[in-house]
Design a binder for this molecule. Structure first.
Ligand SMILES: Cc1cc2nc3c(=O)[nH]c(=O)nc-3n(C[C@H](O)[C@H](O)[C@H](O)COP(=O)(O)OP(=O)(O)OC[C@H]3O[C@@H](n4cnc5c(N)ncnc54)[C@H](O)[C@@H]3O)c2cc1C
Ligand code: FES
Ligand code: FES
Length: 484
């Protein structure tokens, strides 16, 4: 059984199809049709809901952390122990919620199809920011598309909603909601099943290892932002899933003198602050990673686990020399991330083995790390090319080089010929030009709808040139923001 709060109502579910999304559950099972389906692929935000989860502050006290999610990519099993808030829950005692009122006052809605999604994103923004500014509002809304109103009135609504003092019914009832969430906090493995389909929800890494050992055929479900597409876009059934998002040890970020250890099930939003503190470019890239809804549910482990050639974090992690800890039963092994990717969607992961954590070396002054993402749009778009450069330059010579790319091969990959051509050489324009030529030996990229092979290679070379120029002139702030 799984349990969660639907706003304040306790729901206990057992016999539900584990392939059921929260969007379908709301609309078809509960008749709550305020949440809309636009694309069923995480692109439009019409299906945005907010999920509240208990979170511990440093002093040990608990509060509720609210996040906006795309309900079209969220399976119901991942609600276990949480609070689901949909647009129907905002109106209170006959009065619109302040974010709804702001949308009405500022004329932020025309046909209205996108409006519930915008309202829920604004609600999450209001809950999460003490002093939201235009930048935060744009970030919160970048995953919501509107075909008719135009964004100016919606941003005006964001400003009005977030500047208003005074709480709402959720603030007034917070203590009660915390008590309810504590009362339903999962104590054992949860399960949803229907016929021969099931989703298991372990709470500890040991239980996850055991379950995966006894169900090697299971698909691991983290944020579901890739996996759910198999159901919603390709109409495949996933008969057995194991949800890793409630495994506490895999949602932690631990900081050591020389490294960060990031649990594989840590949402990308939570990785953002820790990685930005070490590597500002990593933080910038995460800003450009999908939308806030996707970053709130997508995980670092899932971004590696899907083994996509255009996943954004792997080239950066490879250039940083990151390692992953793989676990099978009680045995663990540590692998350089670059050795994890073998061929297109083929990895070194064995049966019943999973990524437990990612080890990222902490920043060192001698290493110069930069990352660049080239995509058609600034927000909510997947890379045509993603590049990460990390050089150690000593007395004007390249002492060590780690250069990695996404979008240039069937896997995220180091550019070994490029690195070799730089090693031991004076770090100057001539060396960079030789390294650009060597990149053509490293990669034979493909042409697809994102970019042609010629464009990809030229972009990769130009990004190396850009890196060189930026290191020569550190005041130039053009990082990460390149467009096709
Ligand atoms: C609209 C949209 C925009 C996107 N934009 C971007 C983008 O800009 N950049 C980008 O890189 N990606 C993007 N993605 C892809 C996706 O969001 C990311 O890859 C995300 O990090 C996946 O994480 P997840 O937790 O949702 O993984 P899931 O979907 O839960 O899992 C993905 C795969 O990894 C496996 N897996 C999950 N956890 C583990 C584990 N611990 N060990 C082993 N295997 C595991 C799963 O079994 C599955 O095969 C986008 C997706 C959408 C829908
Ligand atoms: S329906 Fe478009 S993001 Fe979910
Ligand atoms: S109001 Fe029509 S799509 Fe936004």
């Amino acid at each position: 059984m799984i349990q969660f709060l639907l706003n304040q109502e306790l729901r206990s579910e057992h016999a539900l199809d584990p392939n059921l999304t929260v969007l379908e559950y709301l609309r078809e099972h509960l008749g709550k049709s305020g949440t809309k389906e636009g694309c069923a692929s995480g692109d439009c935000g019409a299906c945005t809901v907010v999920v509240g989860e208990l979170s511990k502050a440093e002093d040990g006290s608990e509060h509720i952390r609210y996040r906006s999610l795309n309900s079209c990519l969220t399976f119901v099993s991942s609600l276990h122990g949480k609070q689901l808030i949909s647009v129907e829950d905002l109106k209170h005692q006959g009065k619109l919620h302040s974010v709804q009122q702001a949308m009405a006052d500022c004329h932020g809605s025309q046909c209205g199809f996108c409006t519930p999604g915008f309202v829920m994103s604004l609600f999450a923004l209001q809950k999460n920011s003490d002093a939201p500014d235009l930048h935060k509002a744009q970030e919160a809304l970048a995953g919501n598309l509107c075909r008719c109103t135009g964004y100016r009135p919606i941003l005006a609504a964001a400003e009005q909603a977030c500047c208003q003092a005074g709480g709402d019914q959720f603030d007034a009832g917070e203590a009660q909601t915390i008590a309810r969430l504590q009362a339903i906090a999962p104590k054992d493995i949860g399960e949803l099943n229907s016929g021969d389909k099931r989703c298991l929800v372990p709470l500890t890494v040991a239980d996850l290892a055991d379950l995966y050992g006894s169900h090697p055929e299971a698909r691991l479900l983290a944020g579901g932002t890739d996996l759910a597409l198999e159901v919603t876009q390709f109409h495949r059934a996933l008969p057995v899933m194991i949800y890793v998002g409630n495994v506490a040890e895999m949602k932690r970020i631990e900081r050591f003198d020389d490294r960060l250890e990031i649990g594989a099930a840590t949402p990308l939003t939570d990785c953002h602050d820790a990685l930005t503190a070490e590597y500002p470019d990593f933080g910038e890239l995460l800003h450009r990673f999908a939308s806030l809804q996707i970053r709130n549910q997508g995980t670092l482990g899932g971004n590696i686990g899907n083994a996509s050639p255009i996943g954004d974090s792997p080239p950066l992690l490879i250039a940083l020399g990151a390692q992953i800890v793989l676990r099978k039963g009680e045995a663990t092994r540590t692998l350089a991330l670059e050795d994890y990717f073998i061929d297109y969607r083929i990895t070194a992961r064995q049966e019943s083995e999973f990524i437990e954590k990612i080890i990222v070396p902490r920043a060192q002054a001698q290493w110069k790390f930069r990352a660049y993402k080239v995509s058609k749009r600034l927000d909510d778009d997947i890379s045509a090319v993603c590049a990460a450069f990390n050089l150690r330059i000593e007395n004007g010579l390249v002492a060590e080089a780690r250069v990695a790319f996404g979008g240039m091969a069937a896997i995220p990959k180091r550019a070994k010929a490029c690195e070799a051509s730089l090693l031991g050489k004076t770090w100057n324009q001539a060396a960079v030009e030789r390294a650009c030529t060597a990149l053509a030996d490293d990669f034979t990229p493909l042409s697809d709808f994102r970019a042609s092979k010629e464009y990809r290679l030229l972009s990769a070379q130009n990004l190396l040139r850009k890196y060189f120029i930026e290191l020569q002139s550190p005041h130039i702030e053009t990082r990460v923001t390149a467009y096709v």
